[in-house]
Design a protein around this ligand. Structure first.
Ligand code: KG4
Ligand code: ZN
Length: 371
């Protein structure tokens, strides 16, 4: 039995959670506290890294305390502490990882430095006991990628956006049309009252092979169409949102069909399944499209509960638990030993691709691959 405290601070959610995992790998979420900083960032129309880092400092110890109390677990009952060590906004990652290191050191238990993307990738194993291998479509404000999740620690990036993430495109489209932040839900609401056939917007990169995507041009096309219509009425906003959302659904639907084909080529004897994660997975039009594509391919679409699809610490605790379990199988003493020999040496990282083999799409910076 493992009892793990998880901490997540890589963007604008300050989160802590406690999980209990039994011998058979069955997981009980004892607490899952998420404080969204939306109110702090709304006046700026997006996440401001410095404000996020400061808010994490102010909130995190209270959130951890709340998670431990709700779980009714004492410090000495923890088997380990897992925290996001990247990728993300560096100020926030530092706050979470250093807090986790301090706790791990003071209770003499292992620290597990978790890749945030691995947290998203493994969530469906916690909620739906999904077996490896499976496809993951991660669509959030910071990430848009298809991953092949082959085994614990074995991830292959099949495709990614070469510019904006989908959530970012929704947020920027909302901003330019005068809709509130976060833009995704606002655009979806307006789109419900609009006609998606009014504006002919581009479906970037669809003529290219592979699974890469691009959304910056689409957002610019919305801007150009809006400028032509000035002054922009409510009806124009609704129609533009509907046309934009339809274009995104077309791109994601097309790429997902290709992802299923690729999965079947690689694993002809494994039933094809795709897990969706990230805030954009809440979008109904996109979900309907993905369900249709999955049905056409005789594949399964798995959508964990929304609360566990967006940023949270339960997914970090779970990824940490999977890693710790594997380490403990090889060396049972890891559960007894303090910081030494575990991830205590891991540094916070702004960039940290899950797939260490595929080439960076955007290029390499001083701190490693950008995408
Ligand atoms: O996963 P998430 O909560 O946080 C990270 O970005 O890590 O995702 C937030 C993103 C935002 O860009 C937001 O606009 C988008 O998800 N989003 C949506 C919807 N709900 C949230 N995008 C489209 N439709 C939605 N219903
Ligand atoms: Zn995330």
């Amino acid at each position: 039995m493992l009892t793990i405290l998880g901490i997540e601070t890589s963007c604008d959610e300050t989160a802590a959670a406690v999980l209990e995992i039994d011998q058979d790998g069955k997981c009980e979420i004892l607490s899952n506290v998420v404080h969204s900083q939306i109110d702090e960032h709304t006046p700026f129309g997006g996440v401001v890294p410095e404000i996020a880092a400061r808010a994490h400092i102010q909130l995190l110890d209270g959130i951890v305390d709340q998670a431990m109390k709700t779980a009714n677990v004492g410090w000495s009952n923890l088997s380990g502490v897992a925290a996001t060590a990247g990728p993300g906004l560096i100020g926030g990652v530092i706050v979470g990882l250093m807090t986790a290191k301090s706790i791990a050191m003071s209770i003499n238990k292992p620290l597990i430095a978790v890749n945030h993307l691995e947290g998203h990738a493994l969530t469906a194993r916690m909620t739906d006991q999904v077996e490896f291998p499976f496809l993951l479509l991660l669509v959030s404000g910071g990430h848009t990628q298809y991953l092949l999740v082959k085994a614990l620690g074995e991830y292959e990036r099949l495709g990614t956006t070469i510019d904006d993430a989908i959530g970012e495109a929704f947020d920027k489209t909302a901003k330019l049309l005068g809709l509130p932040y976060p833009g995704g839900p606002a655009v979806e609401k307006a789109a419900k009252q609009g006609d998606p056939t009014v504006y002919k917007l581009p479906r970037p990169l669809l003529d290219r092979p592979g699974l890469d995507m691009s959304f910056a041009g689409l957002k610019t096309a919305v801007r150009t169409a809006a400028l032509k219509e000035e002054p922009v009425s409510g009806e124009v906003v609704n129609n533009l949102c509907a046309s934009f959302q339809e274009a995104v659904a077309d791109v994601v639907g097309h790429r997902s069909a290709r992802a299923f084909d690729l999965f079947k080529e690689r694993y002809p004897n494994v039933p094809a399944k795709m897990v969706i994660a990230g805030g954009v997975a809440a979008n109904e039009a996109i979900r309907i499209r993905l369900n249709a594509v999955a049905a056409e391919h005789d594949a399964e679409l798995i959508a964990p509960p929304h609360k566990l699809c967006t940023d949270n610490a339960a997914m970090i605790a779970w990824a940490g638990a999977e890693r710790l379990k594997k380490l403990a199988d090889e060396n049972p003493s890891i559960l007894e030993q303090n910081g030494v020999g575990d991830d205590m040496h891991e540094a916070p990282r702004p960039r940290w691709p899950l797939d260490k083999i595929s080439e960076s799409v955007v290029g390499f910076g001083r701190k490693g691959a950008k995408v």
